[in-house]
Write a protein that binds this ligand. Sequence first.
Ligand SMILES: Nc1ncnc2c1ncn2[C@@H]1O[C@H](COP(=O)(O)OP(=O)(O)OP(=O)(O)O)[C@@H](O)[C@H]1O
Length: 511
Amino acid sequence: MTIAMQDVQLALSHGSLQVDLWEIEPGQHWMIFSAYQHYGSLLGQLLSGERMPDGGDITGLPERVGVVSLAQQQALLDAELEQDETDYIDQIDYGHSVEYLIGECCRDSDQVEQLLEMLDLEHLRNSGFRQLSTGETRRLMLARALAVDPQLLVLDDPYVGLDVVHQEKLSALLSNLSEQMTLVLITARESHIPDCITHIAMFSETSATERAGNANVMTLSPGMTVAEFTSHPVLRQLEALSAERSDAVMALIRERQQLFQQAYQTQLTHALSQEQPQQGHAPLVAIRDGKVEYFDRLIFDQVNWQILPGQHWQIRGPNGCGKSTLLALILGDHPQCYANDMTVLGYRRGSGESIWDIKRRIGVVSSSLHMQYRVSCSALEVLLSGFYDSIGLYDQPSKTQVQQAREWLAILAMADEERTPFRALGYGQQRLLLIGRALIKQPALLILDEPYQGLDFVNRKLVYQVLNMIAEEQLSQLLYVSHHPEDSLPAIRNYVDFVPDGEGYAVVVSG
Ligand SMILES: Nc1ncnc2c1ncn2[C@@H]1O[C@H](COP(=O)(O)OP(=O)(O)OP(=O)(O)O)[C@@H](O)[C@H]1O
C-alpha cells in the first residue's frame, strides 16, 4: 500500500514544516537528506506517529513501524535511569541487560537469539544498558526496532557511532531488509547511501514571496534519484554556506583567543612547571602502563602514551575497544583513573589535585556527556555552563560571559532558541550547543569523542572545518575520535590505534 502525506504541516517555534505531497510506493526506499536543521528527524517522527501533524493527511501507514533514532535512545536512557536501583542494592545498577531490552520487544526467545546474532550483540547479552559503548548502544537500538517485525522501518542517522565494519554490515542488512519492508533513512552523510535507496528528498526553505506571508516554511522537495542527488548543485551550495559560517566562527574564536591564551598559558606554564620544573616541553598528558579492567574483562593494558605540547591526536579502533574509556581516564571521569599512573595538564593523578583544576582547561564533547546533560536549562545556559564545566548552570555568570554566550548562539544560528529548554531542542541542535559549550572557553585541550552525532550536513561540515582550523592554528590541542574516514582531520598526524590482539586489543601509539 502507498504511504502518502498530503498538505501536511507542522508548526515549529520559528516557522513550519510543510509536505505538499509525498508518496512512498511499494518497493521504494527513501533517503531524507538532513541538509540543514532537524526537519528530516521531524518527518521521521511524523511517519512513526511520535508526532501528530497540525494539518493535512498521512495515509497508508502500516500497523508495525520500527524506529531507530537518537531521540529514542535518549528516551530509553531516561526510562532506564528512572528505574535505577543503585541506591537500594549493594552495587552499581547498570540498567537492564541487552538480552532483556531486546526480549521485551520480541515475540519469543528464538527471535531474541536471531537479533543478538544479527547485530553482533551475543557477547554483550548480559551487559547493562549503561555499560554499552556508543556503537554497541546503536546496535541494540537497531535490534529493538527490528524486533517488532516492522513493515516500515524509519532509521534516523542509523550509521552514527558504528565502526567501519558495522557500517558495512548495516548496509548489507538494509539491502536484505529492503526486500521485506519499506525503508526511510534520514541522514546527513551524503557518502552513506545504501544500495537499496531508490529515492532521495530534502527540505528547503520556501521564500516568503513564494508562499505569501509565511517566512521560514521548510518544504520537502520532490524525490530524485541517487545520481540526480549526488550531482545536485545544492550540495556545493551547502558546502559553501558551511565554509562561510565556519569562517565566521573562527573569526569569533580568534578575536577571543588573545584574551584566553594569556590566561591559560599562565596557568598551564605554572601547572607544568610544578610537575616538571626542568622541562620546557613537559607533556600535557602522560600515561604510564595504563590499564582498565572489569571483573570479567580486560579492556586495555600497557598503554604508554604522551601528548606533547602542540600535538593533536586521533584515537582509532572498533566499537567497544576502549577509546572512550581511555578518554574518561584523562578526564578523571573513570573510577579506575586513580589506579593509573598518569599526569594530566601538569597534575599527577592522586596527588591531591582538584579535578576541577584539570577540567577547567579541557573542553569535552561526547555521547556520555550528551547523555548526562539531562537537567532543565535553556540553550543560553548550556553555553554558559561551559565556563564552569557544569551540567546545568549553578553560578551567576558575568555580563561579559552572557554576551559571549549570545555571540556563540548567534554564530551557531540559534539566537532564536536562547530561552528554549535544552531537552526541547532536536538532538542535532543539542549536540551543536554542546560543541559551543566546549569551545566557548577556548580550552588548552579539546576532547571530541564522535562530535558530529546528530548534526545536519551544514553543521557537520562547519564543525569539521572549525576543528581543523583550531588544530592548524594551535588554538587548542585536539584528542579526536571518529569512525568515518571522511572525518579525518588533515591537521591531525598522531594516532592511538587499538588493534586486535588475541581476545582483546593492543594499543599502538604512532606520533
Ligand atoms: N562497568 C563495565 N563493566 C564491564 N564492561 C564495561 C563496563 N563499562 C564499559 N564496559 C565495556 O567496555 C568496552 C569499552 O567501552 P568504550 O566505551 O570505551 O568503547 P569505545 O571504543 O569508545 O566504543 P565505541 O566506538 O562504540 O564508542 C565496551 O565493550 C563496554 O561494553
